[in-house]
Design a protein around this ligand. Structure first.
Ligand SMILES: Nc1ncnc2c1ncn2[C@@H]1O[C@H](COP(=O)(O)OP(=O)(O)O)[C@@H](O)[C@H]1O
Ligand SMILES: Cc1cn([C@H]2C[C@H](O)[C@@H](COP(=O)(O)OP(=O)(O)O)O2)c(=O)[nH]c1=O
Length: 254
């Protein structure tokens, strides 16, 4: 990459040694908040400190930014990307990183990959540029595990009960492209991602996720500063298959 963000690619991606950072990603209504909550409950029952949080809006300043970006006046795509990045920078500096440093498990409902999918691909700002913006904002903090709850956007929309926000109001094409962007990122980095079919029962999904996280904790994955935890062949295959299936669906429906 060239240009002003080129320097960001030299950042070292570091998970602080003590804790474990887990993010949930996927479209609206995919079940992220449900699974994040169930995971937190499971780990707390095991005696772990868990910080359950979300983006945008995991801090007081973040709540103000959330209201602005989701319900405020119209903003252009770059302003939108910067608002999410600002929320993320403050979230990581003030809440996520301190919690990881004291050994907590941090479970976040959305993180950097949402920006790459929604602003980078959905808004056409460029995946690399948007990723590097967030890596700069967070000093290179990536989750040890990102759970992608993959769902047809129409099914997700039908699950929602509240009025759509500014992003949810975008059209079918926008949401189809963000879904594919998540799947592409998961396929490109299978060690970090666990791709799950979000039409499965919530309890069933929670069991798979819980087992994976407990395995990471048992293996001390969070202390692996230089490399990602061991891969999951089944999940990798599921991710690739899901992406192919979605591509086929798009081909059929377009
Ligand atoms: N696996 C699932 N199957 C069917 N419905 C689900 C499932 N998980 C969550 N839901 C329901 O779908 C709605 C959206 O779930 P939520 O966890 O808020 O999604 P998100 O945080 O991804 O927007 C809620 O009404 C929730 O009860
Ligand atoms: C974190 C993040 C969220 N978003 C969008 C996705 C969602 O439509 C919206 C609000 O996220 P969220 O509260 O997760 O909505 P929901 O629970 O309905 O899934 O913000 C971005 O566009 N970029 C980002 O970086």
């Amino acid at each position: 990459m060239t240009g002003p963000w080129a320097a960001a690619t030299t950042l070292t991606v570091v998970t602080p040694a003590a804790g474990l950072f887990v993010s949930f990603e996927g479209g609206d209504g995919a079940g992220k908040s449900t699974q994040a909550r169930l995971l937190a409950e499971r780990l707390r029952a095991l005696g772990r400190e868990v910080v359950l949080t979300r983006e945008p809006g995991g801090t007081a300043l973040g709540q103000t930014l959330r209201d602005a970006v989701l319900h405020g006046e119209h903003v252009d795509a770059r302003t939108e990307a910067l608002l999410y990045a600002t929320d993320r920078a403050h979230h990581v500096a003030s809440l996520v990183r301190p919690a990881l440093e004291r050994g907590a498990v941090v479970v976040t409902d959305r993180y950097l990959d949402s920006s790459v999918a929604y602003q980078g691909t959905g808004r056409d700002l460029g995946a690399d540029e948007v990723e590097n913006l967030s890596l700069w904002a967070t000093r290179g903090l990536l989750p040890a595990l990102t759970v992608l709850l993959d769902l047809d956007p129409d099914v997700g929309r039908a699950r929602l009960t509240s009025a759509p926000d500014r992003l949810e109001s975008e059209g079918d094409d926008f949401h189809r492209r963000t879904r594919l962007a998540f799947l592409d990122r998961a396929t490109a980095d299978p060690d970090r991602w666990l791709v799950l079919d979000a039409t499965r029962q919530a309890e069933e999904l929670a069991a798979v996720i819980g087992e994976r996280v407990e395995a990471l904790l048992a293996a001390g994955a969070s202390a692996d500063v230089d490399g990602a935890p061991a891969g999951d062949d089944l999940a990798t295959a599921a991710g690739a298959t899901a992406r192919d299936a979605v591509a086929d669906e798009s081909a059929v429906s377009s």
